[in-house]
Design a protein around this ligand. Structure first.
Ligand code: MV4
Length: 444
């Protein structure tokens, strides 16, 4: 097992990783920017190293500085968390070449899944269903021919994109030329790669993702699904597991398909296979090769500590579970709480003047906040995740409503009330919501 892990992240996820390390009796090194010297992850770690100034590109993304921190602290592994360097295959590769274990998949698999066209081709060969489309758009004519045969609407996406960047929906012929030009231009600007592809556009899909975990001996299991359809501008707000619309047979089938695909590429570590789900069918869109923000809902319903298992596997241990050991029990919901104006979603950094967090049976808070802490303006605005567990979905919702009522975060604007409004809405309560929920909802 590792003796010391450097946590290349901040905020709630740095604390989550730190706690997993403690339980595994592994020493921790926090890294931080100049703006985060007082942050909770720095206070709780065994050691800490300042890796640069406030802007992430100079600190949490500063690869030479982070490797130097690993060297001077004699760390043997680096946990990237989510965001920042977590899906940077070059970073994973540098660590592989320098004898530090990157706690995540092999750089090769991060690279494959980072290119959405290659990811889709890889999955297609493994019998995962795809949305009909054009693999790589090389000429406008291909698009004219496709819509002639398959009709509108279609969607153009950036090969290097993901999470919604550089997407264009095309609903009629007159939009084709401009949309293709714009999509190319935007993806060149954002990703320095103007490769684009096309899919038939699904109007009302759910976003359903399957959690998998694979060890270094090609043992692979899935841990059911998460429904992440409640989002705004491609930022998730509420996630839940299990999804209320899947039957036990559907879960088993999509889980097995996902496991087989992962097995056949020799993947190692945690992974999430993202699907769009419409009219009882799953369509693969992307794979995430990192620990995800919403991992707690899966932990609550399976009882598996995903971060401890991720670390154990990275150290070369075998999976602690066989597929038959995994049962989905009860229901879990996660609400993300952001330091934002709940109407405009403009970030609201500043000092927390009063803080009280909810508790009780089935209530879990993942946050690095404390009274007197100043939220810096330089990073993501998510400040807390509130997770509930109940014996069924109704109980999980009820506990969430009561826990949100109890949560006090003063001094900054936050999205607690927005979460309350969503929980009250008819579409949320029925479970029959889709990715358009926040656009359609008259959440007030
Ligand atoms: C789609 C789609 C409909 N049809 N692809 C947005 C982010 C990226 N991961 C994929 N996205 C979508 N791809 C086809 N062919 C609708 C979306 C989409 C979406 C997907 C998941 C969660 C939220 C979403 C919100 C708007 C659009």
């Amino acid at each position: 097992m590792f003796k010391k892990i450097l946590i290349a992240n901040r905020g709630e996820i740095a604390l989550r990783i730190l706690r997993a390390c403690r339980e595994l009796d592994i020493k921790t090194v926090a890294i931080h920017s100049e703006a985060d010297a007082e942050a909770m992850h720095v206070r709780l770690a065994d050691e800490s190293v300042c890796v640069g100034p406030a802007p992430a590109k100079n600190s949490y993304l500063n690869i030479p500085s982070i490797i130097t921190a690993a060297t001077i602290t004699n760390s043997d592994a680096i946990h990237p968390g989510y965001g920042f360097l977590s899906e940077n295959y070059k970073f994973a590769k540098i660590l592989e070449e320098h004898g530090y274990k990157f706690i995540g998949p092999k750089s090769k698999h991060i690279e494959i899944m980072g290119n959405k066209i290659i990811a889709k081709e890889t999955m297609k060969n493994m019998e995962i269903p795809l949305i009909p489309g054009i693999k790589e758009i090389k000429s406008d004519k291909q698009v004219y021919d496709f819509v002639e045969k398959n009709g509108y609407p279609v969607i153009v996406k950036a090969a290097s994109g993901g999470g919604g960047k550089g997407m264009k929906i095309i609903r009629k012929e007159s939009e084709i030329k401009e949309s293709l030009l714009l999509a190319k231009k935007e993806s060149k600007n954002a990703f320095n790669d103007d490769t684009i592809y096309l899919e038939k556009f699904l109007e009302k899909p759910k976003h359903i993702e399957i959690q998998i975990i694979a060890d270094q001996f090609n043992n692979v299991i899935h841990l059911g699904e998460r429904d992440c359809s409640i989002q705004r501008s491609h930022q998730k707000i509420i996630e839940e597991s299990p999804s209320s619309i899947l039957s036990e047979q559907q879960r088993k089938k999509i889980g097995e398909i996902s496991v087989n695909a992962i097995k056949s590429i020799g993947y190692e570590g945690l992974g999430t296979i993202e699907f769009l789900y419409e009219n009882d069918s799953f369509y693969f869109i992307e794979m995430n090769t990192r620990l995800q923000v919403e991992h707690p809902v899966t932990e609550m319903v399976t009882g598996v500590d995903l971060v401890k298992e991720q670390i154990r596997i990275a150290a070369g241990s075998k999976l602690s579970w066989k597929q038959n050991d995994i049962n989905i029990n009860g229901h879990s919901i996660e609400c993300r709480i952001n330091a934002e104006n709940p109407k405009t979603f403009k970030p609201s950094p500043g000092k927390i003047t009063q803080y009280h967090q909810p508790g009780g049976l089935g209530i879990r808070v993942e946050s690095a906040l404390f009274q007197g802490y100043s939220i810096p303006p330089h990073y993501d605005s998510m400040i807390a995740k509130l997770i509930t567990y109940g014996k069924n979905r109704d109980e999980s919702i009820l506990k969430m409503k009561k826990a949100l009522e109890e949560y006090v975060i003063m001094g900054i604007e936050n999205t607690i009330q927005l979460n309350q409004d969503i929980l009250k809405s008819e579409d949320f309560v029925s479970g029959k919501y889709n990715v358009n929920f926040m656009n359609e909802q008259k959440v007030n």
